[in-house]
Design a protein around this ligand. Structure first.
Ligand SMILES: [Zn+2]
Ligand SMILES: [Zn+2]
Length: 122
């Protein structure tokens, strides 16, 4: 049953949008390669764990070492302020580099255990 008020709940003010913004982490948490905000190689899981496409495809096999979920391409935040308060300059990317706390063997075993399940069945 569709509620007529449902649509209204999805409308966010620009203040709410800026507080909810993705962190846009600066590096791959596995190989430490730089992933600037405009990078098309950045991949994220639902928790914003961030890796490069090479690591996701060839090392992690689409299994997040932290949560076990799959990845998608990280969207690119517009440089231009098309709406007031919403741009890369107004809400800059994070500069805090992140790295994994698991041993490489642990990550490999974790991926092997999970990778054959599609993300929607994990
Ligand atoms: Zn990487
Ligand atoms: Zn994750």
């Amino acid at each position: 049953m569709l509620d007529a008020s449902l649509g209204a709940r999805c409308v966010l003010s620009t203040t709410e949008m800026t507080t909810m913004a993705l962190e846009l982490r600066p590096n791959c948490e596995y190989c430490d390669r730089d992933l600037p905000p405009a990078s098309k190689l950045a991949r994220i899981c639902t928790y914003e764990c961030t890796f490069c496409a090479d690591c996701v495809d060839n090392v992690l096999f689409n299994v997040c070492p932290n949560c076990g979920g799959g990845f998608t391409q990280r969207p690119i935040r517009p440089v231009n302020e098309w709406r007031p308060g919403l741009s890369l300059a107004k809400r800059p990317a994070s500069t805090k580099r992140v790295s994994l706390s698991y041993e490489l063997a642990n990550i490999a075993a974790h991926s092997l255990r999970i990778r054959n399940f599609p993300p929607e069945e994990r």
